[in-house]
Each structure stands twice: as structure tokens, then as C-alpha cells.
Design a protein around this ligand. Structure first.
Ligand code: UD1
Ligand code: CA
Length: 455
């Protein structure tokens, strides 16, 4: 049997007070709709349809052609939205309705709902809220069976007192769904076509409603404003922090690490406070990540120590390196084992061989450096001539003196020495010493400007 997924995302989201579509606001570095889309994909559906309305162009541009779109020009209600989307879906399956602004539903919960629909029932995901506010209430009969959903605005005081709520997420056999949708009417307080009305219609047809209680209320909490967005962000971050700790990572404070992507970490890593891990990050075993560090789409080898306030992006760092504090490792950088990169060193698209050190205040761009070389403080590779980028090649065991200016393209051989303060423009052969600086002149009898007056 097939499942088809419908994602509702036509609503205005006016409480976000934003020029951007609500579902494009980000949670943990990914848009709300990306979270929902990822869940949909994990269920391996036959098709995915997104119902768009307000700011539809933004949503379509963002999600691209991987899904089918249905335009709901005027938002006449959730029932109307599903009716538009289901029209082109084949009858021989089940439909799962997701909300574009409900990002944290567990996959197993969704699977339970789909399985209920595959068994010719309606799978309805519910939750129990301490304060259900204006959410739809689940009405059960004395035997405990779900009989209908009543919307807050249509509820009587006894129904308002109910604390079990409708998440809005449900799975329904497609053929029956289509029939029930033709029977719903906007005879309610809001004058809308309520998707929720199909529950009573299903019961009237003798179809059982399987209520699936989401394990946590946050799983089914929707985002209506930025306060709720921040609350869900915290929930999500706490869950990820717990997963990291259970996997053998020590966190200085689980409330002060942010994972915006996927982290694979070996055993006995330590992550200090205010670290952001973005995209795909791999940490080997025993990696230590200092406070305020940002790592984006990078691989860090075993026992590498990253000191505070280091930024690493699209880089591959081998074992036993030491980076920072305040180092910036930019895309395309590869650091071999035992490399040391100290404070205020920026490295871009460069390869540093095993054991090479750049301890302080340097810029290395488009540089290929061998093993066991030393790059002195203030060294700059002049890799850009205003039009093109050029490479600097430095061999093994070279010594680049303090404040060297290396004008690329340039070759510096194994074991070469560059005198401090040199501007190097021509190749340096292995073991040669290059001295590229003006000779110092000391002027006798020179008078300071502030002492020249009156002379
Ligand atoms: C709906 C449910 C309510 C449930 C709540 C959970 C109905 C009638 N009520 O409430 O029982 O507790 O969700 O959050 O279904 N949307 C469209 N087109 C429309 C209307 C809505 O695409 O015409 C989309 C919205 O963008 C949103 C979702 O459907 O993603 C829910 O809409 P919203 O207005 O927030 O739901 P409520 O009516 O408040
Ligand atoms: Ca809502």
C-alpha cells in the first residue's frame, strides 16, 4: 500500500511579524519546512504535496522541484487545503497530513499514524497539554473512543476544559478521506472548512479513530510566533545535547551548545560552552572544543585540541593538532597530524604537512606547506594580484622568519630559511637563506620633529 504526504503551509503566519514566510524561519539552522520535509522523506512516501498560499513564491523557491505544489489562493480552512491537495492523489493508499509549522514530531509517531490508516482506521496524533489554549479538543465517549474534534471557538465550557488536543496531524485512507471531505461544511464559528470534521464523519461510517499520543507535548507544538520558535529551538537543542552526552561526549553545559546539523562524535570528546556545530561535523575521539568555537562542515581528527574562539569551516583536520585560540580555518584547508595553528592565524585553501607550525598572526592562503616547517609570526602569503589567485609552495623543514611577505606564485625549498622581515618574490632553493629586505641605515645627528621648532 502507498502513502502520500500532504504538508499544509498556506497560512499567513501573521504573528511572526515577518516579511518572510513562517515556514522559512529557521530552527537549528534549517527552515521549519525543511524539518517537516525531512520527516516526510524518512517515511518514503509515494508523493509529497505542499499546499502553498501566502508567500508561496518564497516557499517554492526554497523547496524547489522535489515536491508537488498545490496553490490555495484563499485560505478557507484546513479541510479545504487538504481537499485541493488530495484531488490528484490516487485513491489506493493513505494520506498523511503534516503541518509546515510543526517541526518536531517523532518519526515513530508518524509511522504509527500511517500504520493505523493502512489498517483502515484513522490515525490521529494527539497530546495532553496543561494549557491547551485555542487548540482543537479531542472528544471521547464514555468507553474512551474518540468521537469528534471540537475547535476551541466552537467549544462549550465542558469541552474547553478537556486537555487532550488535536495536533492536526493525521493519516487517513485516501478513498474515504475524499468522500468525507465532500461532506464537510463551513457551518462553524470561523466559517471555515475544518479538516477536523472528518473525524465525526468517519465515526458515523463505522471507521475507528486510533488516537496516537505523542510522547511529549513539544513534539506536536506548532510555531505561531518567535517566542514559540525560540522555545522549540531550546527543546530541540536539549535533545541533541542529551544525544551527544549519551554517545560519550562531555558537555560543559548542555544548555550552551548549539547543533545546527549533524554531529558524529567519537568517545570522550569535550565541548566547552557556547560552541556552535553547523552542518556536517565529525569529531574523532578525545577531541576538545574550546569555548565560543564555531565548526562548520568539517572533520576533526582524534585528540585534536581546539582552543577557544576558533572558527573552522569546510576543513579537514587530522589527529593531534592544536588550533587557536582565535584561529580561523577557512574552506579547503587540510591540516595533517600534529599541526599547530595559534592565535590570529587565518588559513584558506591550504595544506599544512605533518608537524608544521604557524603559531601567531599569519595569513596563509593557497599555500602548500610540507612537514615540520615553521611559519613565523606576521607571515603573509600574497596570494592575490587583484585578478588571480596564486599558490605558495613551501617544502619540508623550512623556516619562514617573522613578518615575511611571500609574493605568490612562489617556491620555497626544503630546509630553506627566510630572514625575518623579508619580502620574497623569487624562488628560494632548498637549504638556502633568503634575505629580502632593505639594509638598515642609522642617521647620526637626526632631530626629532617636535624639537626642530625654533632652530
Ligand atoms: C488546527 C486544527 C486544530 C489543531 C491545530 C493544531 C482545524 C480546523 N483545526 O487549528 O484542531 O488543534 O490546528 O495546531 O484543522 N492552513 C492552510 N490552509 C488553510 C488553513 C490552514 O494551509 O486554509 C495551514 C496553516 O498554514 C498551518 C496549518 O494549516 O500550517 C494549521 O492552520 P492553523 O490556522 O494554524 O490551525 P488552526 O485552525 O489554528
Ligand atoms: Ca496554528
Amino acid at each position: 500500500m502507498h502513502s502520500d504526504i500532504i504538508v499544509l503551509a498556506a497560512g499567513k503566519g501573521s504573528r511572526m511579524q515577518s516579511g518572510q514566510a513562517k515556514v522559512l524561519h529557521k530552527l537549528a539552522g534549517r527552515t521549519l519546512i525543511q524539518h517537516v520535509y525531512a520527516q516526510a522523506m524518512a517515511l518514503n512516501p509515494r508523493s509529497t504535496t505542499v499546499v502553498v498560499g501566502h508567500q508561496s513564491e518564497q516557499v517554492i523557491k526554497h523547496l524547489g522541484e522535489q515536491v508537488r505544489y498545490v496553490h490555495q489562493e484563499t485560505q478557507l480552512g484546513t479541510g479545504h487545503a487538504v481537499q485541493l491537495a488530495v484531488a490528484d492523489i490516487a485513491d489506493d493508499g493513505v494520506v498523511l497530513v503534516l503541518y509546515g509549522d510543526v517541526p518536531l514530531v517523532a518519526l515513530e509517531t508518524l509511522e504509527q499514524a500511517v500504520n493505523a490508516a493502512l489498517a483502515e482506521k484513522v490515525g490521529l496524533i494527539t497530546s495532553v497539554f496543561d494549557d491547551p489554549a485555542e487548540l482543537g479538543r479531542i472528544v471521547r465517549d464514555p468507553s474512551g473512543a474518540i468521537t469528534r474534534i471540537v475547535e476551541y471557538k466552537d467549544a462549550d465550557p465542558a469541552q474547553i476544559a478537556l486537555r487532550e488536543i488535536n495536533s492536526g496531524i493525521m493519516a487517513v485512507p485516501t478513498r474515504a478521506l475524499k468522500t468525507w471531505l465532500t461532506q464537510i461544511r463551513p457551518n462553524n464559528a470561523q466559517g471555515e472548512y475544518y479538516l477536523t470534521d472528518i473525524i465525526a464523519l468517519a465515526v458515523a461510517d463505522g471507521v475507528k479513530i486510533e488516537g496516537i499520543l505523542a510522547p511529549f507535548p513539544e513534539d506536536v507544538t506548532g510555531v505561531n510566533d518567535r517566542v514559540q520558535l525560540a522555545e522549540l529551538e531550546r527543546v530541540f537543542q536539549t535533545r541533541q545535547a542529551h544525544a551527544l552526552m549519551r554517545g560519550g561526549v562531555t558537555l560543559a553545559d548542555p544548555q550552551r551548545v548549539d547543533v545546527r546539523g549533524t554531529v558524529n562524535a567519537g568517545k570522550d570528546c569535550f565541548i566547552d560552552v557556547n560552541v556552535i556545530l553547523h552542518g556536517d561535523v565529525t569529531l574523532g575521539e578525545g577531541v576538545s572544543v574550546g569555548a565560543g568555537t564555531v565548526i562548520i562542515d568539517s572533520i576533526i581528527g582524534d585528540h585534536t585540541e581546539i582552543l577557544p574562539h576558533t572558527v573552522i569551516e569546510q576543513a579537514v583536520v587530522a589527529d593531534h593538532c592544536s588550533l587557536g585560540p582565535f584561529a580561523r580555518i577557512r574552506p579547503g584547508t587540510q591540516l595533517d597530524a600534529g599541526v599547530k595553528v595559534g592565535n590570529f592565524v587565518e588559513i584558506k585553501k591550504s595544506h599544512l604537512g605533518q608537524g608544521t607550525k604557524a603559531g601567531h598572526l599569519a595569513y596563509l592562503g593557497d599555500a602548500i606547506i610540507g612537514a615540520d616547517s615553521n611559519v613565523g609570526a606576521g607571515t603573509v602569503t600574497c596570494n592575490y594580484d587583484g585578478v588571480d589567485k596564486h599558490q605558495t609552495h613551501i617544502g619540508d623543514g623550512a623556516f619562514i622568519g617573522t613578518n615575511s611577505t611571500l609574493v605568490a606564485p612562489l617556491e620555497i625549498g626544503d630546509g630553506a630559511f627566510i630572514a625575518a622581515g623579508s619580502t620574497v618574490t623569487v624562488p628560494v632553493a632548498p637549504t638556502e637563506l633568503a634575505v629580502g629586505r632593505a639594509k638598515q641605515r642609522n642617521i647620526k645627528g637626526w632631530v626629532r620633529p617636535d624639537q626642530r621648532k625654533g632652530q
